[in-house]
Design a protein around this ligand. Structure first.
Ligand code: SAM
Length: 237
């Protein structure tokens, strides 16, 4: 994160008001007006989440921005990443992080639309659709040195189904990276339920010099989400 952002971030909240800028009673009233229980829980969580307030202050579109910044603090994947692909970009937090970090060319894709991010080439589409991926890749002048995926399927509530759908997205992201990454490049993907599947891990270990799992502090403790980071892509023989 930038020096300015670091100065503004005073660490975790010291009292309940500081965590969100709103008192508990105000948060309860806003949540009370929500239409159902799950919306109420979501609103309560958002209003009391210090990362949401921090994202507002730093002008990031999503609290997810801090996950990437924290992953970068541990791995330096953004250093020297001049051409980047961001799979599952909406609403655009990771696009913003990369651009602020000096990425020269960045392309992204998502099923959902986003407000334009100046400097990023975004395509609304599906990563499983070759034409959509091709349209996205038109925004790069050469192979990417970093492929990011924060893709997550809409949850169904059925644990096994959700876990299989997310694993399929992570595998798709790895396949994409294997086809497009420049030699020496890096890959970072969201994975669930104990990390990458054994098959995916085996594949990554043969494709990259190093592979590790990271749970950034900005990733909610109760969430099964983890990130796998692979660095040093070996050129295809
Ligand atoms: C957690 S959000 C990404 C947040 C983003 N990293 C940011 O910083 O703003 C996950 C996104 O993955 C997208 N997604 C899920 N399946 C996808 C697919 N098949 N193709 C493209 N995007 C997909 C969802 O639409 C969702 O917007």
């Amino acid at each position: 994160m930038s020096e300015d952002e670091k100065r503004r971030w005073k660490g975790p909240p010291k009292n309940e008001k500081a965590s969100s800028g709103r008192r508990m009673s105000e948060r309860k009233i806003i949540a009370y007006n929500a239409k159902d229980e799950s919306s109420k829980r979501w609103i309560e969580r958002q209003l009391s989440d210090p990362y949401v307030q921090r994202a507002k202050a730093d002008n990031y579109r999503a609290r997810a921005a801090y996950k990437l910044l924290e992953i970068d603090e541990k791995t330096r994947i953004l250093s020297g990443a001049k051409r980047v692909v961001d799979l599952g970009s909406a609403p655009g937090g990771w696009l913003q992080v990369c651009l602020r970090r000096g990425t020269k060319e960045i392309v992204g894709i998502d099923l959902l639309p986003i407000d334009p991010v100046p400097g990023a080439h975004f395509v609304q589409g599906d990563v499983n659709e070759p034409e959509d991926v091709e349209a996205m890749m038109k925004g790069l002048s050469g192979p990417p040195d970093l492929v990011l995926s924060d893709m997550a399927a809409n949850t169904t509530g059925h644990k096994q189904t959700d876990s299989l759908r997310t694993a399929a997205l992570a595998e798709m992201a790895l396949y994409f990276a294997s086809e497009h990454l420049a030699p020496g490049g890096s890959f970072c993907s969201k994975v669930f339920q104990g990390g990458a599947t054994p098959d995916m891990l085996k594949q990554m270990k043969s494709m990259f010099k190093t592979v590790k799992h990271i749970k950034p502090p900005a990733s909610r403790a109760g969430s099964p989400e983890l990130f796998v980071v692979a660095q040093g892509f070996k050129a295809k023989s």
